[in-house]
Write a protein that binds this ligand. Structure first.
Ligand SMILES: *[C@@H]1O[C@H](CO)[C@@H](O)[C@H](O)[C@H]1NC(C)=O
Ligand SMILES: *[C@@H]1O[C@H](CO)[C@@H](O)[C@H](O)[C@H]1NC(C)=O
Ligand SMILES: *[C@@H]1O[C@H](CO)[C@@H](O)[C@H](O)[C@H]1NC(C)=O
Ligand SMILES: *[C@@H]1O[C@H](CO)[C@@H](O)[C@H](O)[C@H]1NC(C)=O
Ligand SMILES: *[C@@H]1O[C@H](CO)[C@@H](O)[C@H](O)[C@H]1NC(C)=O
Ligand SMILES: *[C@@H]1O[C@H](CO)[C@@H](O)[C@H](O)[C@H]1NC(C)=O
Ligand SMILES: *[C@@H]1O[C@H](CO)[C@@H](O)[C@H](O)[C@H]1NC(C)=O
Ligand SMILES: *[C@@H]1O[C@H](CO)[C@@H](O)[C@H](O)[C@H]1NC(C)=O
Ligand SMILES: *[C@@H]1O[C@H](CO)[C@@H](O)[C@H](O)[C@H]1NC(C)=O
Ligand SMILES: *[C@@H]1O[C@H](CO)[C@@H](O)[C@H](O)[C@H]1NC(C)=O
Ligand SMILES: *[C@@H]1O[C@H](CO)[C@@H](O)[C@H](O)[C@H]1NC(C)=O
Ligand SMILES: *[C@@H]1O[C@H](CO)[C@@H](O)[C@H](O)[C@H]1NC(C)=O
Length: 798
């Protein structure tokens, strides 16, 4: 009889591994992962010859592994010993377990050489040796092990990072048939050049060799790497790379070549790599202009060209990088004006243009960059005044305009209240408040004060419009840069694999997954509140792997969230993924879900709050459906999946069954979403398109204003939430409306408010047309809601 012993995650064992386990002769599956076990592994355990999966990862085990460890384990398939304190060499006997497909030995203190006999393991798919003290065989200066492993028929992931190899990469015999997808050899003291042979790894998805001493170029013979998504060569000494080499890759998402010695130009053909999201070329010696084609990379999220010798002016087309969140062009030789179109970049959090030769004035439109958090334009030749429109940039926490030729009054409202004199050092003639260490502004002659008044009014108007926008666009968090070093492949955050947080971190963060931290349970597991050791409060979504589909759900959610970033989507901070445990670490939303607010009898959202939340959700949908190059259907939109942050900005969450849609924007699914919110074609035929989300959104709108769940018992065959609303709009609207809404400010502007709600219910009905073709799209819905908001604004109440 087969036996499994699965002691993991929740039980939290400490002390030594009991020897008695070795009496369970039929044991096939032994998992003590993620406990606090200490001491060494009792040798008797290696006599359990039925064993298939052996998991002691993430404990505090120490000691050497017996060299004969695998002599009696002919059936072993997976060996997890990662994140422990094991010492000594890697046992030579491992290949005696000839069925091994996974070996995880990372984050230990193993020393010596890598046994080449590991190459005999015909079924091996994953080998992780990162973060040990392994060295290369001193008799051969080459890291021959890598090419040896390319002969392995199944190996897809080879991680050898963070070891002091002090070696070169071999120059021959890279097997063209290798299925290797992930090659991590970063921070490993690799010298010499990148061999041509890497171009033979035709299945390669991610190549990470940052933090080494690589010299020379990126080989030209790379056109076979058609699946390549990420190249990380940060911090090497590459001097002969021509960026043209990268134009041949069709699926390249991230290029990190910062801190090398690359000279020459940014080639036009880079604009052909339309899959690019993250381009980092900082600290090199590039000396061209930026080719116009670069601005055609409309999915670019981060662009870093800092510290080069780039010149030319910034064209208006900069703003076509619509979804970019960070642009760093500092320390170059750019000249000309800052284009006024920059105001259109409403997703940009971070912009640095410092240390260039830009002149002209700061465009007024900068006040419409609603997401801006950090702006550095210091050390340029800018003149004119600081636009007062910037007072509306409510998330701006860093500003530097020092060392320019600016004049006029420093605005004092909005974010300027928090800026200090450091932001304004050495300009021509700035004036204003004393705390900026500038002279007071001269009082203004009366005729000018009139025009100024007109300007003021215009600014105030503009301000109101922008503030309205800002309310609906909501709060943006700084992109969290994870400091935890316990992962491999980190930093290529957009590429290939989500970042990993250790199980321990999460365990501590949630106080051992204590009941008091449980935020809720859903179809795929539980969500806990946690506090990371750096103080950040997060939500930790733990997938219940016993449920069918949980793996898929985790993968789907990782896939979508690592590709998409938007202020109205929940953001992934990290993840923890092991065979026994999968968790996503997300932004924590202190105000819970919209569902909670709708169900609560104490808390009540007013009309404007409800509308704002719906606008947030519609903004997210519009982004998912239209702005990203591959449309994404969320597929499970409902109030429970709309989370509210501390400022009540809504974030759409739970992408467990989301679908990336193909060319024809339609796909089929067998995964069922939540009844009640399901579009008819989805429920009946499994037909998924962005129109399904629009339908669910329509139902949600009805629920938000009627406070009646579509699955309420009053509904059934004959009458549904939709038909009920349909029958009562516009004349019977008061019958269906949430009573709280009208009670709030009693009679004031009663009619006007009802009008607005009627308009909204009409939008909702257009969202829920039976035929997907007749349904509105998310773009139109968003526009309609924003119009209603304008209409409602004057009646908003105190
Ligand atoms: C393992 O099994 C072998 C033969 O079955 C036996 O000789 C040996 O003593 C056992 N080792 C331990 C540590 O129990
Ligand atoms: C394991 O190693 C870490 C880091 O060197 C050390 O802090 C810890 O005390 C060790 N644990 C044990 C049980 O030896
Ligand atoms: C382990 O493998 C080696 C090399 O294949 C072989 O010589 C040896 O007999 C094996 N040992 C056992 C105990 O199976
Ligand atoms: C190359 O790899 C394939 C499988 O990936 C293997 O069958 C073949 O023997 C290898 N070639 C050499 C020369 O080792
Ligand atoms: C690295 O290897 C070279 C010889 O290849 C040797 O001279 C040097 O001392 C080694 N460096 C370290 C840090 O081991
Ligand atoms: C790449 O693969 C081809 C075809 O298998 C082989 O002839 C060539 O030697 C390999 N090149 C390198 C540099 O390994
Ligand atoms: C970009 O791709 C187009 C179409 O495939 C091709 O005609 C053009 O030459 C490419 N541009 C560059 C600069 O490689
Ligand atoms: C741009 O790259 C440089 C060099 O790697 C780095 O110092 C800087 O922080 C990067 N900027 C951003 C916004 O990440
Ligand atoms: C850029 O640098 C290269 C050499 O690194 C030089 O040949 C070329 O003239 C420079 N181009 C410009 C525009 O300065
Ligand atoms: C600074 O601006 C003033 C006019 O405001 C102009 O006369 C002067 O030339 C400018 N200085 C520089 C260095 O551009
Ligand atoms: C100024 O900073 C304080 C504390 O850092 C913050 O609470 C406040 O919201 C900021 N005010 C503005 C206008 O940004
Ligand atoms: C702005 O830049 C200048 C010059 O680089 C620096 O001295 C100053 O401290 C910076 N101001 C702030 C607020 O960081």
């Amino acid at each position: 009889m087969a036996l499994s012993l699965y002691i993991c995650c929740c039980t939290f064992l400490a002390g030594a591994i009991p020897r008695e386990i070795s009496n369970l002769h039929n044991l096939e599956f032994l998992s003590f992962e993620m406990n606090k076990l200490t001491g060494s592994i009792p040798v008797e355990i290696f006599n359990l010859s039925m064993m298939r999966i052996f998991g002691f990862g993430m404990n505090q085990l120490s000691g050497n592994l017996p060299s004969t460890m695998c002599h009696m384990l002919p059936n072993l398939e997976q060996l997890y010993l990662e994140i422990n304190n094991f010492t000594g060499s890697i046992p030579n006997s491992i290949p005696n377990s000839s069925r091994l497909n996974l070996i995880e030995l990372s984050h230990n203190f193993f020393t010596g050489f890598i046994p080449h006999s590991l190459g005999e393991l015909r079924f091996l798919e994953v080998l992780n040796l990162c973060s040990n003290n392994l060295v290369s065989d001193s008799s051969s200066p080459e890291l021959g092990f890598i090419t040896l492993m390319t002969n392995s028929e199944r190996l897809t992931m080879l991680e050898m990072c963070e070891n002091p190899f002090n070696a070169t990469l071999p120059n021959s015999a890279w097997n063209h048939s290798s299925p290797l997808q992930y090659l991590y050899v970063y921070s490993s003291g690799i010298k010499g050049s990148i061999p041509d042979g890497i171009g033979n790894l035709s299945s390669l998805v991610t190549l990470s060799m940052k933090n080494n001493h690589l010299t020379g170029s990126f080989p030209d013979r790379m056109q076979d790497l058609q699946k390549l998504q990420g190249v990380d060569l940060l911090r090497n000494k590459l001097s002969e790379i021509t960026l043209n080499s990268f134009c041949v890759f069709r699926y390249l998402v991230g290029i990190h070549l910062d801190e090398n010695q690359i000279s020459g130009s940014i080639p036009e053909c880079l604009g052909n790599v339309t899959s690019l999201r993250d381009l980092s070329l900082g600290f090199n010696r590039l000396n061209s202009t930026i080719p116009a084609t670069l601005w055609q990379l409309k999915d670019l999220v981060e662009l870093n060209l800092s510290s080069n010798l780039l010149s030319g002016s910034l064209p208006p087309e900069v703003s076509s990088l619509k979804i970019a969140t960070a642009i760093d062009l500092s320390m170059n030789r750019f000249s000309g004006d800052i284009p006024t179109t920059i105001g259109k970049m409403q997703n940009l959090n971070y912009l640095s243009l410092s240390h260039n030769r830009l002149h002209g004035s700061i465009p007024e439109s900068i006040g419409t960059m609603l997401s801006l958090q950090s702006l550095d334009i210091s050390h340029n030749l800018l003149s004119g005044s600081i636009p007062r429109s910037m007072e509306t940039l409510e998330y701006l926490t860093y500003l530097n305009v020092s060392f320019n030729n600016l004049t006029g009054e420093i605005p004092s409202g909005g974010p300027f209240r928090n800026f200090t004199s450091d932001a304004f050092i050495s300009n021509a003639a700035l004036c204003g408040a004393q705390r900026f260490h500038v002279p007071p502004c001269p009082s203004i002659p009366s005729h000018r004060s009139k025009t100024k008044k007109v300007h003021r009014t215009m600014f105030i108007l503009l301000g109101v419009i922008i503030a309205m926008g800002a309310i609906s666009f909501g709060f943006v968090y700084l992109r969290c840069r994870r400091k935890d070093k316990l992962s491999s492949g980190e930093d290529l955050s957009l590429v290939a694999r989500p970042e990993r947080l250790s199980y321990f971190k999460l365990l501590q963060a949630t106080n051992g997954y204590s009941e008091s931290n449980l935020l809720g349970t859903g179809s795929f597991g539980s969500v806990y509140k946690g506090t990371l050791d750096d103080g950040r409060v997060v939500a930790i979504k733990v997938f219940n792997l016993e449920l069918e589909g949980a793996f898929k759900s985790f993968d789907a959610e990782c896939e979508v969230l690592r590709n998409l970033r938007h202020r109205n989507l929940t953001k992934v901070i990290g993840s923890c993924s092991n065979p026994d445990f999968k968790a996503l670490v997300l932004e924590f939303m202190p105000n819970g879900s919209l569902e909670k607010w709708l169900c609560s009898h104490n808390d009540c959202l007013d009309i404007m709050q409800r509308l704002d939340i719906l606008i947030d959700v519609a903004t997210a949908l519009q982004y998912l459906h239209c702005e990203y190059s591959t449309p994404v259907a969320h597929c499970d939109l409902k109030p429970g999946n709309v989370l509210l942050d501390e400022t009540m900005v809504a974030h759409v969450s739970d992408f467990g069954i989301a679908k990336l849609l193909g060319q024809d924007n339609i796909t089929f699914t067998k995964t069922l979403a939540t009844l009640g919110y399901l579009a008819p074609e989805y429920g009946l035929e499994g037909l998924v398109s962005t129109k399904c989300d629009v339908y669910s959104f329509g139902i949600m709108m009805m629920e938000v204003f009627t406070r009646t769940n579509p699955n309420d018992e009053r509904f059934g065959e004959k009458i549904s939430l939709k038909s009920w609303v349909n029958d009562c709009v516009p004349n019977g609207i008061t019958h269906i409306l949430d009573a709280n809404l009208l009670r709030a400010n009693d009679g004031e502007y009663f009619i006007e408010k009802l009008d607005c709600i009627s308009s909204m219910m009409k939008v909702a009905l257009n969202c829920t047309m039976e035929s997907p073709r007749e349904r509105s799209n998310s773009q139109d819905v968003l526009v309609a809601l924003k119009k209603i908001k304008l209409q409602l604004l004057p009646y908003k109440g105190p």
